[in-house]
Design a protein around this ligand. Structure first.
Ligand SMILES: C[S@@+](CC[C@H](N)C(=O)[O-])C[C@H]1O[C@@H](n2cnc3c(N)ncnc32)[C@H](O)[C@@H]1O
Length: 460
């Protein structure tokens, strides 16, 4: 902890209490109750405990969360995302080359949203010609200066010597096509243009940038999915990977896994809507799901796919995760008879959706998938054994599955969310592959497993 300086020195009794709290939280993943502390220290009243806790708070050793039964948390210094200043140039509008703006304002953005190398600047966007790319009127886009882009990438181009425009750029036979991302608008064709840079991040407006500056990554958050997702700013995550409870009565630590099917779908619809909100344009959602029930088949994957369609997400593909579990087969139905035989699912799906557009902006330097991995993973039939080291959880992911999704669908430095994080498989593989994670789970017990796991170096 970074609080061991003279100003914050503890008395002997405060140190004893702090050590007790630290040991308790490290063991159980949540803080002791006031009654437990009173009993442990043989005190006659809670007032003395309150006094010690107030001192520990004022000396910044612990934090207290309002209106919670176990309100004590260690005041660990979280790794703040590093911020960097870049120039914010004016509106992108015809007739104003960006070099013409002499004294630009500066804005501070998270370093993780920039390319590792190169010069960057930001532009305010005017108009609705790029709305299908998630770039709305008033948006701020971050541009990496570069003289070329690949076909179909969104870039700032200088045309007719002094007009600056933001469009998707296509090189055709003897000309360039500047394609708006708005079906109501026609493309523009030009013989010559100068690429000034490529869009690498999009913000809805300046307020969103300020909100994001305060947001911290690499956190295990123990809380309810909807409460906690509300705290994530819009357009923040590049990839979400999750597997929700399947509503089959599994014995989770802190969740009723047998709701009415209507309530279950309504609940998850809200989670998917939040997921869409927090994804960046082009961000992906990898949903691991399987139909449930052998006798009474429940096609969860169809029902969720419909929900995503309603939300306007793009359905990209489905990966078959073949779990090879037929050895454990027990249910046959009418054995050796067509009367009523059962198919036993020995696989699950990973459904892949994109927000607004298929392409995820980023630079090739940050793509870290190898040729062999790419060729192997792009075959959508993945034979991966289920996880055998359960860590007290009924349904953890195998790391291999998550490694593939992360490498295939995200760049190094991207932000990855698991909103039903369980034992922290997504967080662990995210950390190991040089990306940032946000992990949410309602169970203090699973959050503790996830924290311990991150403290160790996990193996693939
Ligand atoms: C299928 S498990 C995820 C397992 C995880 N993929 C892993 O590798 O360990 C679903 C998780 O959702 C969590 N959960 C259930 N209800 C929740 C809620 N309301 N908010 C947050 N998490 C919840 C459960 O505690 C459980 O760990």
């Amino acid at each position: 902890m970074a609080v061991d300086n003279k100003i914050n020195m503890l008395t002997k009794k405060q140190k004893e209490i702090f050590d007790y709290i630290r040991r308790y939280i490290n063991k159980k993943g949540y803080g002791p109750s006031l009654k437990e502390m009173k009993k442990h220290f043989g005190l006659s009243s809670l007032a003395t405990i309150h006094e010690h806790l107030d001192n520990l708070v004022s000396k910044r050793y612990i934090k207290r969360v309002k209106n919670q039964p176990r309100s004590i948390e260690l005041n660990n210094k979280k790794k703040k995302s590093e911020l960097v200043s870049i120039p914010l140039l004016g509106m992108i509008a015809a007739g104003s080359p960006i070099e013409a703006i002499e004294i630009p304002e500066k804005i501070r953005v998270q370093k993780s949203l920039l390319s590792r190398s190169g010069e960057h600047f930001a532009l305010r966007v005017q108009g609705d010609s790029m709305v299908d790319e998630g770039i709305f009127d008033g948006a701020v886009v971050v541009i990496r200066k570069q003289p070329t882009v690949e076909n179909g990438e969104t870039a700032v181009a200088l045309v007719n010597k002094n007009e600056v425009t933001l469009k998707k750029i296509y090189r055709e036979k003897n000309r360039y096509r500047l394609q708006p991302a708005n079906s109501a608008l026609k493309p523009i064709f030009v013989k010559n243009l100068t690429i000034q840079g490529k869009v690498i991040s999009i913000f809805r407006n300046i307020e969103e940038i300020e909100q994001k500056q305060k947001f911290e990554f690499n956190k295990i958050i123990c809380g309810d999915v909807l409460d906690e997702m509300k705290k994530i700013p819009d357009n923040t995550m590049h990839l979400a990977i999750t597997s929700p409870p399947y509503n089959v009565g599994k014995n989770y630590d802190n969740h009723n896994d047998k709701m009415s099917y209507r309530d279950y779908l309504d609940w998850l619809f809200k989670v998917w809507a939040e997921t869409k909100r927090v994804l960046v344009p082009g961000g992906r959602f990898a949903l691991n799901i399987a139909p449930t029930g052998i006798r009474d088949f429940v096609p969860l994957h169809h029902d969720f796919a419909n929900q995503f369609r309603q939300l306007g997400m793009k359905f990209r593909t489905e990966i078959i995760w073949y779990k090879q579990t037929m050895l454990k087969r027990t249910a046959w139905g009418s054995f050796k008879s067509p009367a009523n035989p059962h198919i036993v699912p020995s696989w699950e799906y990973v459904l892949i959706f994109s927000k607004d557009k298929n392409r995820l902006d980023g630079t090739s330097k940050m793509a870290d998938i190898t040729k062999d991995e790419f060729m192997n993973f792009s075959d959508g039939f993945w034979q991966i054994w289920p996880e055998t080291r359960r860590k007290g959880h009924p349904a953890p992911f195998p790391e291999k599955l998550i490694y593939r999704l992360i490498k295939f669908y995200s760049y190094k430095g991207n932000n990855i969310l698991d909103m039903f994080g369980g034992t922290g498989t997504v967080a662990a593989v995210t950390a190991k592959t040089g990306r940032n994670f946000i992990h949410i789970d309602i169970s203090p017990q699973y959050c503790k497993v996830a924290k311990d796991r991150l403290n160790k170096k996990t193996k693939r």
